[in-house]
Design a protein around this ligand. Structure first.
Ligand code: CA
Length: 220
């Protein structure tokens, strides 16, 4: 899952970025509103963390612009301590959740996972597809009663497919959601990850849809 992190305070940005990466997220970063506006508009993200107090263009203006343009990506805003009016106007401007500074990193992670799940129509923190279960909190995957071991990229691909069950997902989309913008992207590697995943989960579960991409079969 790929997240855009917008925060102008370098230390905090670094802390959030490190925690998110450790939790398996792919991160792109912006330290001002204008860059954030551009990235959010032109790149594919599963969620956005947006500080409101930003140089060049404030976070509220960025958020309003995104929503006016029809961007549906879930946005979690970071507000100043005890600033209830920021939370109210942020939610009115189209934010999906908020967190007041200072906050616990674990709470940010939990809220982010919940936003991403809800955006894909999943309420529970455990995603199930046939005998395959993904605990989105721990990143643990089980097939039946057996725990399976995945590389971080395999997990990113499986997680995206589990969040978008029974939908045809193109290789381009998968590539966009498992690599950050500055990464040397190669959509051929997706085929490699899929081939490896097929050896670890029931073989017919991932269907190749010719010319279109892949579909994780979960509906019975
Ligand atoms: Ca700030």
């Amino acid at each position: 899952m790929r997240v855009l992190l917008v925060e102008d305070e370098p230390t905090l940005r670094e802390q959030i970025s490190t925690s998110l990466k450790e939790a398996g997220f792919v991160i792109d970063q912006a330290d001002n509103g204008l860059d954030a506006l551009h990235l959010g508009t032109h790149e594919a993200f599963d969620a956005i963390i947006l500080d409101l107090g930003l140089p060049v263009m404030d976070g509220m203006t960025v958020l309003k612009n995104w929503r006016t343009d029809g961007l549906k990506t879930p946005v979690l805003i970071l507000t100043a301590r005890d600033s209830w009016h920021e939370k109210v106007s942020g939610i009115d401007a189209g934010a999906d959740d908020y967190l007041s500074k200072p906050f616990h990193m674990q709470e940010l992670l939990a809220r982010l996972r919940a936003l991403i799940r809800r955006a894909s129509g999943n309420a529970s923190s455990t995603l199930t597809c046939g005998t395959v279960m993904l605990d989105t909190t721990s990143g643990r995957v089980t097939v039946g009663s057996k725990s399976i071991s995945l590389t971080s990229h395999e997990l990113k691909v499986l997680s995206f497919l589990m969040h978008h069950q029974d939908q045809v997902i193109s290789r381009t989309t998968l590539t966009e959601h498992i690599y950050a913008q500055d990464f040397d992207r190669d959509s051929n590697t997706i085929d490699v990850f899929i081939a490896r995943l097929r050896k670890k989960i029931p073989e017919n579960m991932i269907e190749t849809v010719r010319g279109l991409g892949y579909r994780l079969h979960c509906a019975t």
